[in-house]
Each structure stands twice: as C-alpha cells, then as structure tokens.
Ligand binder design. Structure first.
Ligand SMILES: [Zn+2]
Length: 164
C-alpha cells in the first residue's frame, strides 16, 4: 500500500487538521507530520500572529484590546473551542461575543459539570459566526437554552456532542 498523502494532525493547540503531504517524499511524511503536531494549526498561528502585529503597530493605545484578544485565544484553546466560520470581521466579533457569553454563563451555573453539559459542549457544535453575533445581547442565564436549541439542529455538528 502506498504511503498516505493526507495526514490527520492533532496540533498542540488542540485542533485537528488534515494536511496534504503529497509534496513531501514518502519517507519524510511521518517526520514532517510529527513536526506539524508540535505546532499550532494554521488558524491559531494566523490569529496569534495577527494579535502580535496589532500590538506592535498600534502600540500602547490598544494594549487593552490586544490583551483581551490574547485572553480570548487562551480561553479558546483551554476550552477547545472550534474555529468559527464567516468573514474575518464576523469571526473576530463572534469570538468576542462567544467568550463574553460563555464566561458570563459560567458565573451563573451551580457546578462546572452542569456548565460543560448544558452550555460548553452544545456551544462547541455551533461554528457559525453570525449565529454568535445574533446572540450578543442574550441573557447569560438563558444561554444554555439557546445553545441547546441551536445544537439540536446544527448541521455542522462534528459528532463530539451527544444528541439532545
Ligand atoms: Zn488551533
């Protein structure tokens, strides 16, 4: 059997991504795949590079928002939040909304387990940036209802969430 050309890589940032290694020599693919696994996925790499560039070009005036972007990125990695889909602008906005809503909702729940099951896991199946932007004024206490509702008929569900 030929050495596979598309390798599923589990990146250090926690995201899975398929990589086409057909341009590498067959004997070099496994080593390259290991090297890739020790790095961030393309999307996380782009996000952290942009955050750095923003900080560098705008200096201290945006220190606050740069810091916030960094906090959001860290939180997304820790909670293994999926990347969102939409235009760059929409994604940036939606990531802030998602972060604000989920951290606010976390403060409202009784137990961490309850939060994971009723908010965090269903939220992970919603990758539409526009959906998150639509919920920007939602009450954090009713977020669970919103995400469970959306997760129920979410076509982009990756299968990591049990069917509600
Ligand atoms: Zn990533």
């Amino acid at each position: 059997m030929a050495v596979k050309t598309v390798w599923p890589i589990h990146h250090q940032c926690g995201h899975d991504q398929d990589h086409d290694l057909s341009e590498k020599r067959a004997s070099e693919r496994a080593g390259f795949a290991r090297w890739l696994a020790g790095r961030d996925c393309a999307e996380c790499w782009r996000i952290s590079r942009e955050a750095k560039e923003t900080r560098a070009s705008q200096g201290r005036f945006t220190e606050h928002s740069g810091h916030r972007a960094h906090r959001i990125t860290l939180w997304e990695r820790r909670s293994r939040m999926p990347h969102l889909e939409g235009s760059d602008k929409a994604i940036e906005w939606a990531r802030r909304v998602r972060f604000d809503l989920l951290t606010a909702a976390y403060a409202c729940v009784d137990t961490e387990d309850g939060f994971v099951v009723s908010v965090e896991e269903p939220a992970k199946s919603i990758t539409s940036a526009s959906w998150w932007i639509d919920q920007r004024d939602a009450d954090p206490e009713s977020l669970s209802e919103l995400v469970l509702d959306a997760a129920g008929d979410c076509v982009t569900n990756t299968g990591s969430v049990s069917p509600y």
